[in-house]
Design a protein around this ligand. Sequence first.
Ligand code: MOS
Length: 754
Amino acid sequence: MNTQYIGKPTSRVDGRAKVTGQAKYAGEFQVPGLAYGVVVSSTIAKGKITTIDTSKALALEGVIQVFTHENVSGLAWFDKSYKDQDSPPGSPFRPLHNSEIKFSQQPIALVVAESFELARYAASLVHVEYEHSEKPIEAELRAHLDKAFDPGKGKQGYKKPKNRGNFAKEFAKAPIHFNSEYYHGAEHHNPMEMHASTVIYDEDDHLTIYDKTQGVFNSQSYVAGIFGLSKKRVRILSPFVGGAFGSGLRPQYQLFMAVLAALELKRSVRVTLTRQQMFSFGHRPATLQKMSLAATEDGTLQAMRHEAISETSRFENYTETIVDWSGAMYKCDNVAYDYQLVKLDAYTPLDMRAPGAATGVYAIECAMDELAHKLNMDPVALRLKNYTEEDANKGKPYSSKELKACFQQGADRFGWSQRNPEPRSMRDGSTLIGWGMATGMWDSMFVPCRAKAFLSADGKLTVSSGTSDIGTGTYTIMTQIAAETVGLPIEQVTFKLGDSSLPLAYLEGGSATAASVGNAVRIACENIREKLIRLLSKTSYAPLADVPAEELVFGSGKIQLKSDPQISISMSDLMKLAGENYLEDTATAIPNMIKQMPYARNVHSAVFVEVRVDEDFGTVRVSRMVSAIAGGRILNPKTARSQILGGMVWGLSKALEETSEVDANFGRFMNHNYAEYHIPVNADIPEEFEVIFVEEHDDIVNPMGTKGLGEIGVVGVAPAIANAVFHATGKRVHVLPITLDKLIVEHEDSAVPL
Ligand code: MOS
């Protein structure tokens, strides 16, 4: 397709604003009279507050108020009011509700002062006495597996897919069969920007709130519901988000705190969390997985079972799609699933980039590598042997699946055919070299969204939708789609987002935004084009007036005759001629269910990795990585590549560096800071980091054929690295991250016990 902007590598339209510091984030908006709130966090994980003495803090000049459960009242009573668009089943946490402590670092007070520094100092003076619970703290998943339960038995929530065939019988019969366990601990979202809310108070309880969020409408209804305000009085703005990865899907407690203080004090208030407090409101849950695979000697899968036991809080049942991927990725007639939760004394887990898939695909893709090794078969060949064109969980064919092209192009670029399959066979002096690969998969969602297009007679187009840009490039791709569709130079197009006064959009999550908001933008802009055509006939602008639409070309701000481009009129002139100051249209994009429902709709990937492991020290470095993605139509190869690169970096982090260590006795995340919570720096990232987008056409997922790339980049990376480490060393580490101790110390070939 011949396009001017869609599919072209386009630099971020907000790039300049970001690098020059003009892009403002939630905690940076300044208004006269702003007060500053600092949150006091519980130092225990389970029990209750017996006394909370705020007198020393209040005695300081400039401290305005200290809010605690003892002086807050008049809030919504029912659980329903505290639920949000991303709430799992259960009773949402209510800040400052009562004296009970349910998790470490629970927010227990807000100190508000005339300056941030004063508030922070005063917060240190709040004296709290606790009574520990008589019941022991339960905070380590693997220590409490005996308490696992099936969340699908509850009223609502996740239902695991149906088993098929007869797993037990076929597993026992197959010549090759084995069980394997995989574990990873919690991971916390660590965006650059800490969660913050700046609440600007106007007369009569009108609030303008700059919030760090992935959904302005979610924050709006949360605030309105809890504080009993009409939505008209609550405007949420979130023009820029400094990374979120799922942490902004639910309204977080800084929003509650800032609004509470603003309404009580009748003045503007900002609350920003500290880096340590970023570890207090949700995380990717620690998960133990058990895989059982059986195959014939030629590698044909005969049976598989995927079990996961994951953590949740005492008060909500957070669930993830973890086990489903195995039976969707491979052709296998005998499949069994199990999924259970253990309630721990911790905050409810929270969606984190590719929630469930990053976890489940890690297990199945490592198990497939173990199987390939047992069969003495090439890992790619094993995957091709069990390739499927349908999601057997759903009994539906994939709308498109160019995964074979991913294998082919990824392997070629990587040089996979040179691999010696024998572990420990490739080395460079005392450095062991390992090559590993894995597959990735994620959903291609399309949710109803609205967008508005406004073309003014000066030829400037403003398109808007209340979505967000969490760094993914939403501003840019929507600007491209709008410029392309109306036929304007991209410089004349502005896209607005992150404002609850704009047309309704769903949470920015699940990699659904490009397709969902993108199609709404496209339709609104197509309608503008229609309106321009109507103006042609209204003005009887000869000779274009009588020409059928398909014989017209819209481009460079002009309407031209296809057969003779000399015959044209600028959109601006046409509108002036017709006496129109502007044209506008608000459109809704709704999935065509009849077209979509017969198909499973997913994005697929193949990841190839080279690691270099120091034989003596067990240090692992990733030296090369190639990720081949079948992501449908790529709207912007530049921002798309950034998405995948970010996912690859995070996958590397998951495999080798990142985990939240919980103290089982105190129920506390111990490494809740950047010194001890390891994330990669530039020096950890290889120069040879390649992204390939294979060609894939799909007009079933949505009319634009785009699949969304936010999550897929991370999915297959950790297993590919784990598999490469096995190939390098001959050691299969079943617990992430693969730190050097696990390679140099003889370990049990198991993920349990501890
Ligand atoms: Mo994503 S975990 O849907 O922000």
